[in-house]
Design a protein around this ligand. Structure first.
Ligand SMILES: *[C@@H]1O[C@H](CO)[C@@H](O)[C@H](O)[C@H]1NC(C)=O
Ligand SMILES: *[C@@H]1O[C@H](CO)[C@@H](O)[C@H](O)[C@H]1NC(C)=O
Ligand SMILES: *[C@@H]1O[C@H](CO)[C@@H](O)[C@H](O)[C@H]1NC(C)=O
Length: 545
């Protein structure tokens, strides 16, 4: 009887320790530590075998034979398995991908640079934001030049953004390759020329966001004809998602073929990938955005009490237009970036066991090691740039945010499975690229469903939880055709550049055929896409890698 009472008490403590949403308990560490100590003492006195201390410090408990042997009759037991389980199918490949391929050749009637370009019309572009936001600008700049029959001057990178990277275009991208690879479509030069001995002064202006071909022709063309040179500033997402198939394919030729990082970046990126592959045939790359300013912007709460509210609240003041948000509502609506732990649980539920090697691309993580610990417990084979390359090797890159982001981009691109906890510029850019190049698995968390599921996870068994995760993720795994053509942002979902093989007789082939007849693709942004868009965030010039 006495023992029974103790058991109940202990279970209460244990339940609190294990099952509470504990995201950032630094400040509570001392209280926790004493509670832990008490609990352990209790255990040693009344139970055997003793629990491994690791289990108590870590909020995740594992079942592998040495886990808990509690009499939890009515309690739901949420114990995470070590292995990925025996799910049908291979977690490393997309089953349908063999039926699709990237296709970005122009049609026969697409005018070449030679016939399309008017001499004496120069388009200059100043991009905006971090590396991937700028990349969208560079891609769209080429298309804008084609629309305006202009010669494009190599775009200027944003050196004053939040990221403050002083690198110019030729220090990030192979500029000769860029110019020559696209020369058939658009003439590109390095600098604005002199006409006679006159220096042309460009007229500086901005186009509205998502400006379409007609918008360029009415707003910019008259100025270009008069002034001969126009510079468009803050150039990101300034071109519509709705363009003709030929224009969309030009976008893909630029993005997937003409834009190549410089040799030093490419070599270092390859080295990183080689080193991971030496340890494991397959690997997962995770792009984790859990930086303080990202969390502050989201308006979400991660369980860190007043300290967190104070810290994030202070950062939040940076955006003058942000109004207060209800953190619970944000979470229910899927607006909160998943935590490292939550991403880890999702991956385990999707069949990735603890033997899987994982590369994490991230900036500063709010809460640091403490925040990462649960993810590392789930996936002990855990890498980042800093763990697989030496300080000396990274020296040419480390003080340039865009070069560091480029290295992460390369590793994420090469990974067998790419997953992100966000739908920011890098995640979207990579998702589109991975669709184009053979539909490599790209997991986008279905944030709305997952957040609700995660909130209820104390109330279900692991098996129920895992099964619901798998159901929630259908349509979010990077499979071909899972996003309807025309939905989402073009760089994320370049449907005009993905063709179904002719022998495959499905609806997909029909859609592709309709596209090839010149149907304008890309339309409204769907509900799901809007959910996770951070365009607001980028407009504030705050983009994280
Ligand atoms: C179970 O996990 C513990 C702690 O991680 C480990 O030491 C032990 O070898 C594992 N046992 C089995 C059977 O996998
Ligand atoms: C880019 O930067 C490098 C190094 O600072 C410099 O040598 C080069 O001339 C710059 N290129 C342009 C086009 O400004
Ligand atoms: C847990 O599940 C029970 C029964 O399904 C339900 O009545 C209860 O509201 C749930 N609790 C939470 C916190 O979801």
């Amino acid at each position: 009887m006495k023992k029974r009472k103790h058991e109940t008490l202990f279970l209460g403590i244990l339940h609190t320790l294990l099952f509470r949403r504990r995201k950032r308990p630094i400040h509570r560490f001392l209280t926790l530590a004493s509670a832990l100590f008490g609990a352990i003492l209790f255990f040693i006195l009344f139970f055997s075998p003793p629990i491994h201390q690791h289990h108590l410090i870590n909020p995740i408990s594992f079942i592998n034979g040495t886990g808990f042997h509690m009499n939890l009759q009515q309690q739901h037991v949420f114990r995470v398995p070590m292995g990925g389980g025996s799910l049908s199918g291979d977690v490393w490949i997309s089953k349908q991908s063999k039926f699709y391929h990237g296709c970005s050749d122009s049609s026969n009637n697409f005018p070449t640079a030679e016939v399309n370009t008017h001499p004496n019309r120069y388009l200059m572009i100043a991009t905006s934001g971090g590396l991937n936001q700028q990349r969208t600008g560079i891609v769209d700049a080429v298309v804008a030049a084609h629309i305006l029959n202009a010669i494009l001057v190599v775009p200027k990178l944003d050196q004053k953004s939040y990221w403050k990277d002083s690198s110019n275009f030729s220090e990030i991208f192979d500029v000769d390759w860029f110019i020559s690879r696209i020369s058939k479509d658009v003439k590109i030069i390095r600098d604005l020329p002199r006409i006679g001995d006159k220096i042309i002064t460009p007229y500086t202006t901005r186009v509205p966001r998502k400006c379409n071909a007609k918008c360029y022709q009415t707003r910019i063309l008259p100025i270009l004809k008069k002034k001969h040179a126009v510079q468009l500033t803050k150039f990101d997402y300034r071109l519509s998602n709705r363009l003709t198939t030929d224009m969309q394919k030009l976008r893909c030729r630029v993005n997937y073929h003409a834009l190549k990082f410089t040799d030093p970046i490419t070599e270092m990126g390859r080295k990183l990938v080689e080193r991971i592959r030496m340890k494991s045939k397959h690997f997962v790359a995770l792009h984790l955005r859990f930086e303080p300013d990202m969390l502050a912007f989201s308006g979400c709460y991660y369980g860190g009490g007043d300290k967190e509210r104070k810290e994030l609240g202070k950062i939040r003041k940076r955006w003058k237009t942000l109004h207060a948000r209800n953190p619970d509502k944000e979470r229910r609506n899927g607006k909160c970036p998943l935590t490292p732990e939550e991403i880890g649980l999702m991956l385990r539920a999707l069949g990735f066991g603890n033997d899987v090697h994982i590369y994490v691309a991230s900036g500063e993580i709010y809460g640091g090691e403490e925040t990462l610990a649960p993810l590392k417990a789930l996936f002990p084979n855990f890498y980042s740039k800093d763990t697989i390359a030496s300080k000396e090797e990274l020296a040419p890159f480390s003080s340039f945010s865009s070069r560091m982001a480029a290295l992460d981009f390369m590793v994420c691109d090469e990974s067998d499975v790419f997953v992100s906890n966000n739908n920011g510029n890098m995640a979207r850019m990579l998702a589109g690229r991975r669709r184009y190049f053979d539909h490599k698995p790209t997991i986008r968390p279905n944030a709305k469903k997952l957040n609700n599921l995660l909130l209820r996870r104390n109330n279900m068994t692991w098996e129920e939880f895992a099964s619901q995760i798998r159901t929630s993720q259908i349509g979010f795994m990077g499979e071909p055709m899972e996003v309807k053509p025309g939905r989402g942002e073009f760089h994320e979902n370049p449907t005009a550049c993905i063709c179904a093989d002719s022998e495959m007789d499905t609806g997909a082939a029909t859609i592709s055929a309709r596209r090839d007849m010149g149907e304008v693709t890309d339309g409204q942004v769907g509900e799901e896409e809007q959910e996770w868009s951070d365009t607001e965030y980028t407009e504030n010039e705050l983009e994280i890698q």
